[in-house]
Write a protein that binds this ligand. Structure first.
Ligand code: KE4
Length: 425
């Protein structure tokens, strides 16, 4: 494949955009390469500016569950745009999307739209702190909740010594209010509650971890978080920005039978347009301005085009047979890839749930961040680059998740397996 135009655009972009990209992971640094610039996308295929075609397993990091340029989504956005791109005033589409979300996720009695997952989690944390009158929050190492200061905190030297900032510009004093536990490690949560229980406003967790690659929750991990939150009067926040409407029509919370106090959403509910949302129990949500006193606002919150794209996307997904199809296609692909890799004497751990999967180049069973770190990221990078050359577009980082879309079909699966074979030779 030729990448001349992409290289040219990347050099141009680097002059005026930090790192040449508007989000770091897109720069392909983690896989020792340079990004391809996309010209257009259709279904499960993306096409770069050099005319190269790829089978896409990134799906814009999750929103494109229907595939790119789905006709009903494009039509809905076109129609909405013809009526104006933003009003800064309420419109019907905001109610329509809110009603679908509240109907699909019973724990969400009221929901507020924002413009990104970061805004959603940032606002949910502020609300939890206001509602409980407490400042501390527990997050899990390896989970990502967007780039609000309180979440750019990594585990400190000792579990009970609070976190340390993971980015310059985040005030050190903020770190003392973010406690960092280990995913799937109940004792790490228990220790923090024992030490700080009365100061903890909330625990925020990705119910399926999708930012350290894919790590599934141990059977009783999430139930434990519900129980200990109730014991100490703190709130449980499920960050379902990835899992919302990904694993089922609604939240993963209904699969595991847990009602969090607050849920954050994004990605799929906007059908590829900028969106986020946070919602939960009425008594909590009614603390949000203007009903309550917890301030949060946004010029483009509930933007009519984003709402139209979200409503169109969720209306397609109401036919829940799509979820069966996604499950089957993803199972078929990952089981065939496992067999193929074994033929090359590679025995990776492939974690999968529904239409999300991740290939860790380690023979360990990956159920924690510690096990994630045993994966051979060099191997992943090498395979990433070969696959890109051959026409398969995986996430440019071992610590992200691959997404199947409703647009992938058996031919795409066959071609993907065949390309993997060529890439491994
Ligand atoms: P955004 O602000 O990127 O819309 O959402 C932040 C966020 C919140 N919660 C979870 C569980 C998330 O995964 C994300 C963002 N996901 C990353 C990819 N894993 C977005 C891609 C990027 O940062 O470029």
């Amino acid at each position: 494949m030729k990448y001349g135009k992409s290289r040219e655009l990347f050099a141009r972009a680097e002059n005026i955009i930090p790192g040449g990209v508007n989000s770091p992971v897109r720069a392909f640094k983690a896989v020792g390469s340079q990004p391809v610039f996309i010209d257009h996308a259709k279904g499960c295929r993306i096409f770069d500016v050099d005319g190269n075609e790829y089978i896409d397993y990134v799906g814009s990091w999750g929103p494109l569950i229907l595939g790119h340029s789905h006709p009903e989504v494009v039509q809905a956005v076109r129609e909405a745009a013809g009526r104006g791109t933003s009003y800064g005033a309420p419109c019907l589409a905001e109610i329509e999307l809110a009603e679908i979300i509240c109907e699909a996720i019973p724990s969400i009695e009221k929901v507020r739209m924002v413009s990104s997952g970061t805004e959603a989690t940032m606002s949910a944390l502020r609300l939890a702190r206001a509602f409980t009158g407490r400042n501390k929050v527990i997050k899990f190492e390896g989970c990502y909740h967007g780039h609000a200061d309180s979440f750019l905190i990594k585990a400190g030297s000792g579990l009970l010594t609070g976190g340390v900032v993971s980015s310059p510009g985040v005030p050190e004093q903020l770190a003392q209010d973010t406690l960092v536990a280990q995913y799937n490690d109940i004792s790490s949560v228990e220790a923090l509650y024992k030490e700080f229980g009365s100061e903890i406003s909330a625990v925020i967790v990705e119910p399926i971890a999708g930012n350290m690659g894919l790590v599934l929750p141990d059977p009783n991990f999430l139930h434990y978080l519900r129980k200990i939150s109730d014991m100490y009067g703190s709130l449980l926040i499920f960050d379902e920005v990835i899992t919302g409407f990904r694993t089922r029509f609604g939240g993963f919370q209904d699969t595991v039978g847990i009602k969090p106090d607050l849920t954050t959403l994004g990605k799929i509910i906007g059908g590829g347009l900028p969106v986020g949302a946070y919602g939960g129990r009425k008594e909590i949500m009614d603390r949000v301005a203007p009903t309550g006193d917890v301030y949060q606002a946004g010029t483009l919150s509930g933007n009519p085009l984003a709402m139209a794209a979200g409503v169109a996307t969720l209306n397609v997904l109401r036919d829940v047979e799509w979820y069966d199809r996604l499950e089957i296609m993803t199972y078929m692909l990952t089981s065939r890839l496992k067999t193929m890799l074994e033929e090359f004497d590679l025995y990776p751990c492939i974690n999968r749930f529904g239409s999300m999967f991740c290939i860790f180049f380690t023979e360990e069973e990956v159920n924690s961040l510690e096990k994630v770190m045993t994966s051979d990221t060099e191997q992943y990078s090498r395979i990433f680059r070969r696959l890109l050359q051959e026409g398969v577009y995986l996430p440019p980082s071992q610590f992200e998740v691959c997404f199947m879309s409703c647009a992938h079909d058996l031919i795409d699966i066959d071609q993907t397996v065949e390309i993997f074979g060529r890439a491994l030779e």
